[in-house]
Write a protein that binds this ligand. Structure first.
Ligand SMILES: Cc1cc2nc3c(=O)[nH]c(=O)nc-3n(C[C@H](O)[C@H](O)[C@H](O)COP(=O)(O)OP(=O)(O)OC[C@H]3O[C@@H](n4cnc5c(N)ncnc54)[C@H](O)[C@@H]3O)c2cc1C
Length: 386
């Protein structure tokens, strides 16, 4: 299949879910990825599946995604590790209590079942290992978590069974435009002429858009991630905090997986074991251990298995771009997920697939247009991942 109907660039959660939607619709689809499934953000991620704290424009997508996550293992015929364990967003100071109170009021009004817990006893009934530092929390029982690498592989394997071609180790170098259409996709191996291209290249999206005279105004802040050795199971829900300077969960295997807040940094990609990597900074690692251990003392005693850093593709308003690229009718971009694109992946890839098939998308994409940034100059706070 040298010229598929749709070529998907990127085998992260977005590309993988788009590919399955297309394969299920009987469209010939090929996915190319420079490094491999979940090699970048979809592998670096915390992998919370969260509706709470979402922008109103994204909340319907997040709620629809949760409905899909519940049946995903059966649909994909493989485990995604999805568990609906809930999400506690913690307040550690009086100011954070007010932040959480406002969050609960806003989100409840928007139709999300979210509870305000003001008693540490009620919070510890959900997460017994929390310290006295915790003053209050929001509780969203329908949030959850999953295994990101298993999920992406499950999607790709299912798509492959339905006829999708998955080409790994192939880097797209250039898109050629003729008559306002992508006529050719040049990789390090060959030239492809697909009917439509879905660009789901995460933080790398602008390297292919810039030569076309188009860019998404992205910042690429960095998050530090630590994964512990196996520990006694003490933490069921995903933890966040009011100012988003940490998040944590415990995998079913007992490994804690914890993240720092996002910080602007000059992101240098290097390669480790053939995969793209960002080297974590010692100071950020120490700060993350201190911040997490202050609310979750068990983490201070944990042995650390691995440490990495991951970059976010942060747009000025913290919302993704899911749209056709101006000046290229058959080029669709799905990127800029701003640190929360994993949980909504089961919905966002299929939305890009709808556009690729010229179908009316299942949800309004008005808030996710490519050209919206030309009209505003906002800057999203670095508080959004997790
Ligand atoms: C530390 C961290 C914590 C996070 N926590 C959460 C969370 O708890 N919950 C949540 O919902 N989201 C979270 N996110 C965000 C979420 O992980 C991302 O939004 C999501 O994984 C993005 O998926 P993607 O498929 O769009 O991009 P990616 O996963 O980055 O995939 C892009 C793919 O494109 C490939 N590619 C790039 N350029 C080329 C090219 N030229 N040719 C071929 N292939 C190319 C790359 O190899 C890569 O595999 C977090 C992110 C980070 C970094």
């Amino acid at each position: 299949m040298s010229n598929p109907d749709v070529l998907v660039i990127g085998a992260g959660i977005t590309g993988a879910t788009a590919a399955l939607a297309l394969a299920e619709a009987g469209v010939s689809v090929e996915v190319v990825d420079r490094y491999g499934p979940a090699a970048m953000a979809s592998g670096w991620t915390l992998a919370g599946v969260r509706q709470s704290g979402r922008d109103p424009a994204e909340l319907p997508l997040a709620q629809a995604a949760v409905a899909l996550w519940r049946d995903l293992d059966a649909r994909l015929g493989a485990p995604t590790g999805y568990r609906q364990t809930g999400n506690l967003r913690l307040a550690r100071t009086p100011a954070e209590v007010e932040t959480i109170r406002a969050l609960v009021a806003d989100q409840t009004a928007a139709g999300l079942p979210l509870e305000l817990l003001s008693d540490i006893g009620d919070i510890r009934a959900i997460a017994p290992g929390l310290s006295d530092m915790v003053k209050a929390a929001s509780w969203c029982a329908t949030d959850g978590q999953a295994d990101p690498v298993a999920t992406v592989n499950a999607y790709l394997n299912k798509a492959q069974k339905l006829g999708a071609k998955i080409s790994i180790g192939e880097a797209v170098q250039e898109l050629t435009i003729d008559n306002r259409r992508v006529s050719r996709v040049v990789t390090n191996r060959r030239s492809i002429s697909p009917g439509v291209v879905i660009l789901a290249a995460g933080t790398q999206v602008n390297s292919l858009l810039e030569p076309l005279g188009q860019t998404i105004p992205l910042r690429l802040p960095v998050v530090t991630v630590l994964r512990s050795a196996r520990c006694e199971a003490t933490l069921a829900p995903v933890l966040g905090v009011a100012n988003a300077n940490m998040a944590a969960r415990q995998e079913p295997s007992g490994h804690f997986r914890v993240t720092s807040g996002a910080e602007d940094a000059s992101t240098q990609l290097c390669e480790r074991d053939g995969k793209p990597a960002i080297r974590p900074v010692a100071q950020r690692v120490m700060e993350t251990i201190a911040t997490v251990s202050a609310v979750l003392p068990a983490f201070a005693d944990a042995e650390i298995d691995s440490i990495w850093a991951g970059a976010l593709d942060l747009t000025p308003d913290g919302l993704p771009v899911i749209d056709r690229v101006p000046g290229a009718q058959n080029l669709i971009v799905a990127a800029g997920f701003s640190g929360h694109g994993f949980g909504i992946g089961p919905v966002t890839g299929p939305l890009a697939a709808d556009l690729a098939q010229d179908q009316t998308p299942q949800f309004s994409l008005d808030a996710f247009g490519f050209e919206r940034f030309a009209k505003s100059s906002g800057s999203a706070p670095l508080t959004l991942h997790g």
